[in-house]
Design a binder for this molecule. Structure first.
Ligand SMILES: [Zn+2]
Length: 302
């Protein structure tokens, strides 16, 4: 059985033909159209190109799933708003794509899709799964009993806006001291610069500098990781998930991130110190493919 997963981003649209095992057969990457209203046509064009190239008939595709960086009306297959793509509000994308291709199509928020991808590809389907992406902001998705926690507006899982310091920095959402203002990669870059690092500072700078024995880099990293750990500890307290997976490009740093976060959570979670089951905190497996793979599995959610 083959499905198509599409991960619509502010800059690129990634698409893939994915087997129901999660294996990617063929993928593509296309610039996102400037005019968001033309998104449905663009998606159909991408699907046609991809299936042509793979030598797969559209009639052999069972489902199409799309992840969108915004708020969706999942039930009616509509994008409600999408801050990164201009003109992309109230677009009935599923209706158009289904009609043009003859394939049932589904939509959800991109972070939910990534969470679903990670969940579906995990060997054991964890009983309670929280996916945390560290990037420009802090995004996430929560899967309980095999279903994406969508909330009344399909916009649940906005974990980046947990307030960890109400006297803190102003967030784009209008409040002060949101977790993503401290634990995102953008925050790490800002913290690195504030510590006096100059030149081309990126999220990797402190990781590279600490290997060279730079103590200041260690300090910056420790502070940032503490912020990351505080939020994850909150999530473990709220959901007691079996697994928390950390994603985003920075997660490739692996144990440097995992070790202190695990230690902090283990010590501070409300069930500590007991012999009760522990939440497993790990690095995501799929990296850049989580979005398309998860989107291809959206049909399991309806
Ligand atoms: Zn916020």
């Amino acid at each position: 059985m083959k499905n198509i997963g599409i991960d619509i981003g502010g800059t690129f649209i990634k698409a893939a033909i994915v087997e129901n095992t999660g294996k990617i057969i063929l993928s593509s990457k296309t610039p996102t159209p400037k005019d968001g209203a033309s998104l449905p046509e663009k998606v159909v064009e991408i699907i046609r190109e991809l299936t042509d190239k793979a030598g797969v008939a559209i009639s052999d595709i069972e489902h199409i799933g799309m992840g969108v960086p915004g708020v969706c009306d999942v039930k009616h297959g509509r994008v409600i708003s999408c801050t990164n793509i201009e003109g992309c509000s109230n677009v009935s994308i599923c209706e158009y794509v289904s009609k043009q291709t003859g394939v049932p199509s589904f939509i959800d928020n991109d972070a939910n899709c990534a969470a679903l991808g990670e969940y579906m590809m995990s060997k054991t389907k964890p009983n309670g799964f929280v996916f945390v992406t560290l990037g420009t902001g802090v995004g996430g998705g929560i899967i309980l009993n095999g279903k994406i926690l969508r909330g009344i507006n399909c916009a649940a899982g906005e974990i980046g806006h947990i307030v960890i310091d109400k006297a803190g920095e102003r967030c784009n959402c209008g409040r002060y001291g949101c977790w993503e203002r401290y634990a995102s990669v953008s925050a790490l870059v800002r913290q690195t610069k504030q510590a006096g690092f100059t030149g081309n500072v990126t999220g990797k700078t402190v990781f590279e500098e600490r290997i060279k024995g730079n103590r200041l880099a260690d300090e910056v990293l420790d502070t940032w990781l503490r912020y990351v750990a505080e939020g994850i500890c909150d999530l473990v307290n709220i959901f007691q998930p079996e697994v928390v997976a950390i994603g985003g490009g920075i997660s490739r740093e692996g144990d440097i991130i995992l070790k202190p976060v695990r230690e902090f959570v283990e010590k501070n979670v409300v069930t500590a110190p007991t012999s009760l089951k522990k939440t497993e905190i790990k690095i995501s497996q799929l990296f850049n493919d989580a979005g398309v793979v998860g989107a291809s599995f959206l049909y399991t959610q309806n």
